[in-house]
Design a protein around this ligand. Structure first.
Ligand SMILES: *Cc1c(COP(=O)(O)O)cnc(C)c1O
Length: 448
């Protein structure tokens, strides 16, 4: 079905023609106060629970009850190698070789661990490029890494910062005046201009606020040309876009799994380290016993011998219940496959965009790029302040939020980001064209 054909089809016909429609029943859909299913558009924040997740966690509870510590070896899915059960499915999600990925910790923790190894500033090359308006945790993480280095807390002398290193060590990519998203040409130009003093480029694969997807291949190539390390935070990209981290030659990446990957609140995160660094044992890293060579780990020797690949960055033995939840969810991704999910996602979001355009109300504006290559499933809708009658007190944030509150009352679960954006993410695994259609109808009602 081409975009043009789908333009003419009704939501009923598009759902009927959707090869992935059977996956919706794999998920628990929350209920509105009237008992009907909510319109859930926040899979970008917390993905819905797969029905099979409970069974997978129950299995581990049962094995723990019946086997105690022996579960490490004799559980139905032994705990000792349990994280390995999700390695291949995760590699398929991000376009990596199994050696390049591992599930561990949570996202911000992983960003720090990876920066310990991949942010290696010198007096000449010490800057970090991020997007202005990056997710706050990323901003804090990057700034604190710069601080750790510039105060000499954990760095040896040869990498002393230049005088007054901290304040200008951060380069924030900013949209042009009057624009809300970044132009690829501007990103590449900044890399080209500043690159010689840049140690690390760390961008979101998809910006959480605007929904803009960056050209990770082009950015990586431009960064490498200037000798920079290039990493991505894939919190909003994993399970949303088709990724090819290995082929794009990305140095490292990290993502959480509770958003599009449906692993549950606080679910276990993932990392990617390119094969090229798999045996870079001279890279500084924070070490723990789970990153130690499996063959000799339990000899409990005094010397750390890191595993090759991403596994060598593990610290602790992993949380099995969280891994069980992730395993349940990734199985569904393997059944649906990323190419098919992305194909539906492009149509679903284009349909939402089309219906919003048809509402044709100057009070709402989509700030996410309209080019499907530059976005995932999310559309960020800016709600402009209502034009008030003369003499009334203008309260932009409050009056904008009224629309959001009205949607919530009618059973739409979207999310509000200050100062004026509603994020709506139709997820191809469990959202239907009918969901999108209903949303547009409700939005129309609320805008009256
Ligand atoms: C969701 C998100 C986070 C959350 O970090 P946690 O460590 O999982 O709490 C961080 N960065 C980005 C870009 C995100 O979208």
């Amino acid at each position: 079905m081409t975009g043009l054909e789908s333009n003419k089809l009704s939501h009923v016909e598009m759902d009927a023609a959707d090869p992935l429609r059977r996956f919706r029943v794999e998920f628990h859909i929350p209920k509105h106060t009237d008992g009907s299913e909510v319109l859930y558009f926040t899979g970008n924040s917390l993905g819905l629970q797969p029905k099979r997740t409970s069974e997978y966690i129950q299995q581990e509870l049962k094995d723990w009850a019946e086997l105690g510590v022996e579960g490490h070896f004799h559980a139905k899915h032994p705990w000792l190698p349990y994280h390995e059960f999700v390695t291949e499915p995760l590699a398929r999600i991000v376009g990596a070789k199994p050696l390049e990925v591992v599930a561990m910790n949570s996202l911000t923790v992983n960003l720090h661990l990876l920066m310990v190894s991949f942010y290696r500033p010198t007096a000449e090359r010490y800057k970090i490029i991020i997007e202005k308006g990056a997710f706050p945790s990323d901003q804090y993480a990057v700034e604190s890494q710069i601080k750790v280095w510039s105060t000499g807390f954990s760095r040896p002398l040869p990498t002393q910062p230049p005088k007054g290193g901290t304040p200008n060590a951060l380069i924030e990519l900013t949209p042009r005046e009057g624009e809300t998203t970044l132009r690829t040409e501007d990103i590449l130009e900044t890399i080209d201009r500043e690159g010689d003093s840049v140690a690390l480029i760390l961008l979101g694969g998809v910006n959480y606020y605007t929904g803009q997807a960056f050209d990770m291949r082009a950015i990586t190539e431009a960064g490498h040309k200037k000798g920079c390390v290039v990493g991505f935070d894939l919190a909003h990209a994993a399970g949303n876009l088709e990724l090819k981290l290995h082929d794009w030659d990305v140095d490292f990446a990290a993502w959480c799994s509770y958003k599009y990957l449906n692993s549950g609140p606080g679910g276990i995160a993932g990392i990617f380290v390119h094969e090229r660094h798999a045996r870079s044992f001279d890279l500084p890293r924070f070490a723990g016993w789970w990153g130690h060579d499996k063959k000799t780990r339990f000899l409990m020797g005094p010397d750390f011998v890191p595993l090759a690949g991403a596994e060598g960055w593990q610290l602790s033995n992993p949380p099995i219940f969280q891994l069980a939840a992730l395993r349940a969810s990734l199985e569904i991704f393997d059944e649906a496959t990323m190419p098919a999910l992305r194909e539906k996602s492009v149509k679903l979001t284009a349909y939402l965009e089309k219906l919003l355009a048809e509402i044709n109300d100057a009070r709402i504006e989509i700030i996410t790029p309209s080019d499907p290559e530059q976005r995932g499933c999310q559309l960020s809708i800016r709600v402009k302040a209502e034009t008030r009658a003369a003499g009334s007190v203008s309260e932009p944030a409050a009056s904008n939020k009224t629309l959001f509150n009205a949607l919530t009352e009618r059973g739409v679960i979207a999310d509000w980001r200050e100062p004026d954006v509603i994020r709506v993410a139709p997820v191809p695994l469990y959202n239907s064209f009918e969901d999108v259609h209903k949303f547009a109808e409700i939005l129309k009602e609320c805008l009256v």
